[in-house]
Design a protein around this ligand. Sequence first.
Ligand code: FAD
Length: 461
Amino acid sequence: MTKHNLIIIGGGPGGYVAAIRAAQLGLDVACIELDKALGGTCLRVGCIPSKALLESSEQFSEIKGDLSSHGIVVDGVHLDLGAMLKNKDRVVRALTGGIDSLFKKNKITRYLGHGRITAPGKVTVSGSEGETELTADKIIIATGSVPATLPGIELDGDRIGTSTEALAYGEVPGHLVVIGAGAIGLEMATVWRRLGASVTILEYLDRILPGMDSAIATEALKIFKKQGLNFQLGCKVTGVKTDGKGCTVDIDGADSIHCDRVLVAVGRKPNTAELGLESVGIETDKRGFVPVDEHLATSAEGIYAVGDVIGGAMLAHKAEEEGVACVEGIVNGYGHVNYNTIPAIVYTAPEIASVGQTENELTEAGIAYRKGEFPFIANGRARAIGHTDGRVKILADKKTDRILGAHIIGPHAGDLITEAAVAMEFGASSEDLARCCHAHPTLAEAVKEASLAVDGRALHM
Ligand code: FAD
């Protein structure tokens, strides 16, 4: 029986970041991960490989078609999909290897295998070399999530797959059907559309990007349609079949669709399989998430949980924040995550980013607000780079002017949103943001102008 101060089950962004922070704070830390590569969904089959493919496919589509306005004519562009996928794998390998190095540097003990809690303070690791018994004062569950599916859809890991398969198709599908118009569905749809697939996106709701600002989602829909993505909104998929060569998607009250591949992107569900929660009396909620209190503590003494497995925004940076807060709470007695300033980003072109509350949420909560908007078409840098679609929207409390939300669709929205998130973290008003000097010519000037627009004082509109 090997003893550590802290055992972390899961080596994704929640788990590995918690491990590093705990080691920095002087704990003897063990991290159990069943995959050979550390980094979890995010590094192996999520954030990083999808962004590598988004970048490669965007370069391909720009070079192939959109550079004539810059006075650049390029002939003979063709796709080498194998090389593109290898590049993505290289990026993933470099980053997962980087976490191995960080573990070594921080003297974190890594166990390869499946971790199962057997009693308070006790975990068994089942690996290829048998079972290892570990004990610790504290345990953190960071086992993440796995793709969800719908009734009537059996994933076959090939033609009918999830984002994991869509990150590695060996050929460009002639016709790809994506079920679900959330961030993951839209990102993968964008990749394969740019590489030449015909793409149909089916969504149960009558809008895309549920949870994001509805006006911005409507603007995004128009832009995506111009990019050649086909949408069927308000449609209920009742089943998907494959004969091994193609697929048929059945839709309630509409014609079936025949296609080459189906990507099911209807969300993710918590991963608590064979985790031994019952051995310590932890009951999951009705959606399968592990309930925690404000200190990320579960109902079992000394056992905590962070990341996708506890629900909320299923995002890597949210998992990381929780990993740090949880460990700091254990060691120092305090740790905190400000859930209101966690940005969410969709890495399509244009990018879509949001932090804080939407107009719908503010209206529902009865909070009076003022709104400032500024379009990228009026921003010098956006003009110079030729990406003028979209705008910045800042929402501020009507009485105090405190920023309550920011929503951006446009070039580099994912980077620009950080300014609003930092401002909100410091409790800034729209006036504060408007009075900050922004370098010219930058896309960030659109954030300043939108902040000025809250008070009707935008200078370039
Ligand atoms: P995970 O990353 O899922 O890690 C959990 C780890 O625990 C896994 O490695 C798993 O193997 C391991 N594990 C599970 N059970 C056990 C066990 N019993 N014993 C040992 N090990 C176990 N988020 C963003 O913020 N930005 C993005 O751009 C983004 N893009 C995404 C794109 C795609 C295609 C997908 C699928 C997800 C994306 N996400 C993105 C979401 C992000 O990947 C997750 O929110 C994040 O990985 C959650 O981190 P986690 O540590 O909670 O769990």
